[in-house]
Design a protein around this ligand. Sequence first.
Ligand code: ATP
Ligand code: MG
Length: 469
Amino acid sequence: MPSKEFWAGIGSVLAFILALFSMALNHENITLWMNKVKAFLSPYIQITIPEYGAEHLERSDFFVAIEAYLSLYCAADVRKLKAELGSHRKIPLFYVDDGQQIIDTFGGGGRGGRGRTATVWWHAYKETPKGSVSVVCQPGEEERRFYRVSFHRRFRKTVLDEYLPHVIERGRDVIAKNRQRRLFTNNPNNGWSHVAFQHPATFDTLAMDPTLKRAILEDLDAFRKRKEYYARVGKPWKRGYLLFGPPGTGKSTMISAMANYMDYDVYDLELTAVKSNNDLRRLFTKTAGKSIIVIEDIDCSVDLTGKRRGKKQQQARSSDGAEPELSPTMEEAAGAAESADGSQQLTLSGVLNFIDGLWSACGGERIIVFTTNHKDKLDPALIRRGRMDMHIEMSYCTYEAFKVLANNYLEIDDHQLFERFGKVQQLLEVTKMSPADVAEHLMRTPDDASACLEGLMLALKEKADAANR
Ligand SMILES: Nc1ncnc2c1ncn2[C@@H]1O[C@H](COP(=O)(O)OP(=O)(O)OP(=O)(O)O)[C@@H](O)[C@H]1O
Ligand SMILES: [Mg+2]
């Protein structure tokens, strides 16, 4: 006679078989199990990156960075590409099309250059969600696009800790390079308005002392490369430049050349339109990285005691001698002392905090530029090293600067110039003429270089005579 235990054992085996049987009837479970077994046996790891996040509202930064990275570094061997002509662009942008596989390498002899070479396979694909009926079309609801990256599990750490961050960083660089750069100005509602930034100035066309120009370019290059350095020493990734010199010597032109050289946006901050330290802080937190924040004529915006006065009011005062009528905000600002918490009016300390980047927790890579015609009028605290790291003097036109201008405007090289207009050098040395004035003479008759240069010589002689009188 079989024992009780025997019947209990038979029961559990049957239950197990039944469970297996009912599972076998359920197709989805089989697929699930098969995938689990496959994943267990396969040495490869896959990571999928969807185009839209869970809320389907915005394209994921990660996806966009991968798209840009693959388009630049890996598209050469891909046969199917997509092309897009962005606004303000003359050349289309190319992306890897869906359904394509791309092979990339990292480390060793590949990108990244360290350790063993890891090979990764990228696959771009799209899916249409089953049975999704949507009345309102949200972006990404119709078709879902993905990137899937596969790699051997022995490269798990390399790919997660090094390769993917590298893809994101490079991808962001590509995006920054391809984007239409913008010029922002602060509006009365304490926000930023922007237009496309299309200033053509470059360092090549900037007329200034060649040694100083080289030093600035080296400084900008070093700044760009020092992300890790700034993080290590615990400083915000920013650099301040003070541009000083007489009117028309190229300070504003230099800012545009810097923006073009660095591929940065420009935020032109009009301090007289900022009511308080809080507003300044808010404006600053709304700026993005990879940008130049500019305060032109800083001596006319904030005085030593932290009061404010508009340049226009100052100009009005100097031209007619009368005290200009201040607007209520300006009266308030000019009359009030700095409040205890420093938050009521715009004060010097508010501006100092702004430069020091106390609020720059929102990311780095910012350049701050002040311009002034009167460096000596500025509070030393405002321009001390560490705040304004490099003080750049833009001077009256020297012969070296003149050669650049002559090349820009008249396409004449040094030799021809010296042969025929050697006296220009002597005259420039004894007169103070700004590059803007020189440029104005060189633009008068663009088809007749000699007439332009003779006109300039005449103007220089007159200036020299007037100075001797
Ligand atoms: N160093 C320079 N190199 C090339 N062009 C220059 C230079 N300086 C002036 N210019 C020319 O003169 C014009 C005026 O120059 P810019 O506005 O840069 O002078 P600025 O120093 O900013 O003057 P301000 O102090 O009045 O603001 C520019 O549009 C540019 O064409
Ligand atoms: Mg200027």
